[in-house]
Design a protein. Structure first.
Length: 132
């Protein structure tokens, strides 16, 4: 039983999630609060570039640098939106070792954050477009 209790923190650490975020981003365009379809957009990250026509969902992979979206549509000005990936809070994993002799107990605790990935992009982006 004593060994089982000592292995519990390791088992919990193996199940910890890091919150690296999804990779699909829904891109929409709007003008004056109304949905606007058919805009040609370029979605760029550090990992690559994708051409889409709104509304669309694009899989950009794991966050890699800034997310930049540039949209064009006849009769509207070119619009650009830039997002920096938000940093995840990460998971805190507590490891503990306890022992004792007689009536005296000794405990040692270690806490180190785990954060994997460069953050996360928003799952939905609406680019506001203004008429010319």
């Amino acid at each position: 039983m004593r060994h089982l209790i000592l292995l519990l923190p390791i088992a919990l650490a193996a199940c910890a999630t890091t919150g690296s975020g999804g990779t699909a981003i829904a891109v929409d365009t709007a003008s004056r609060g109304q949905a606007l379809t058919g805009a040609s957009c370029i979605v760029q990250t550090g990992a690559g570039s994708w051409n889409i026509t709104t509304p669309a969902t694009v899989d950009v992979g794991a966050p890699s640098g800034d997310l930049r979206i540039v949209c064009n549509r006849p009769g509207y000005r070119t619009s650009e939106t830039l997002y920096r990936p938000s940093r995840p809070l990460g998971s805190n994993v507590g490891l503990g070792a306890g022992g004792g002799g007689g009536h005296v107990g000794v405990g040692v605790g270690l806490n180190f954050p785990i954060s994997v990935g460069g953050g996360r992009y928003p799952s939905r982006v609406t680019v506001e477009m203004n008429p010319e």
